[in-house]
Design a binder for this molecule. Structure first.
Ligand code: SER
Length: 319
């Protein structure tokens, strides 16, 4: 990775990944791709080049790839699961037509592509506990449909054209820099903001609903590690299960109360999010990622909670 384009650089993952790539690969050029209305600001804007990169505009993307001699694209443009249920055609347009544009440019110009998949690529018939790497994937959400199709299309471009496509199935990602938007796992981020601000939290997910989650530093590490992995060891490409923790709402609330005992929670279950959450795995088996590219997470629920609370207190200016 030398000249990198991050598509979706102002989103939850992109805003942190762009900065990490710039910090850790100092000889690289990392272009922060964005869409109008979601412009990079502050250090993200000042620390390197940025460009409008709408996945639906193939000519615009090709121009950036040529101008900066891009060799790697992190394709992070996506509508998350709950918002994709409200706007399924837009989700298809961004996730599928957008991906096709990127893969075509990658084929023509020899670019490597990382496009994340998700726990959302699984469905009700998937084994929910210890979900295997290779198993039934029949999701019922539009988000899930686009993620399975992303995996298949990325593999197709690898096998047919030799495009270096790689991917992980991200769990729900917890972070303090940029909020996610419209995801089913967002509650596990939002409850930290409520706890630190001393506000009551309204939980849209029912108690007892287990989902895989991960702290952002581990997710970013995975995205970089996989793109730098020795290709001869990769039996899978699109896409690897990765896991670090799995919990249900009461468990994360209890963990936060160890540090902020005053946290108040009430439930107001959102039927759309709850149906999606129930259909997703309770816990994934990530042994293939561990075997093929030495994946290993660093954070557990406790170390994540300590770090989230410390950083949110700084960010929000509260004690
Ligand atoms: N965090 C995503 C969502 O909830 C899942 O990948 O939609």
């Amino acid at each position: 990775m030398k000249n990198i384009l991050v598509v979706g650089s102002t989103g939850q993952i992109g805003s942190e990944l762009t900065m990490k790539l710039r910090r850790e690969i100092p000889q690289s050029t990392v272009v922060a791709g964005y869409i109008p209305g979601a412009e990079p600001k502050g250090v993200l804007l000042e620390s390197g080049p940025s460009a409008i990169a709408d996945v639906r505009d193939a000519a615009g993307l090709a121009e950036i790839v040529t101008r900066y001699k891009i060799d790697t694209i992190y394709n992070l443009a996506a509508l998350l699961s709950a918002v994709a249920e409200r706007k399924p055609l837009l989700a298809w347009d961004i996730q599928m037509n957008g991906l096709l544009n990127i893969l075509e440019i990658a084929r023509e110009k020899g670019v490597a592509v990382f496009t994340p998949s998700s726990i959302g690529s699984f469905g009700p018939e998937t084994p929910h506990v210890g979900t295997p790497q290779d198993t039934i994937q029949r999701p019922r959400s539009m988000y899930g449909v686009t993620k399975v199709a992303t995996e298949l299309l990325s593999d197709y471009y690898f096998h047919k054209y030799g495009v270096d496509t790689r991917s992980v199935r991200f769990p729900g990602l917890i972070s303090y820099t940029t909020l996610p938007g419209g995801g089913t796992t967002d509650y596990a981020v939002e409850v930290y903001y409520s706890a630190v601000k001393g506000e009551e939290f309204t939980c849209p997910i029912a108690p007892g609903t287990y989902m895989d989650m991960m702290y952002m530093p581990d997710a970013l590490h995975a995205a970089m590690m996989l793109m730098e992995a020795d290709p001869s060891r990769l039996k899978h490409r699109n896409s690897f299960n990765i896991a670090s923790m799995s919990f249900e709402p009461e468990q994360i609330f209890a963990k936060i109360r160890e540090y902020i005992p005053s946290l108040q929670v009430r439930y107001e279950v959102d039927p759309v999010r709850q149906a999606i959450a129930t259909s997703w795995p309770d816990s994934m088996d990530d042994s293939c990622a561990r075997a093929e590219w030495d994946w290993k997470p660093t954070y557990d629920m406790d170390s994540m909670t300590v770090d989230m609370i410390k950083n949110l207190r700084l960010k929000l200016g509260v004690q």
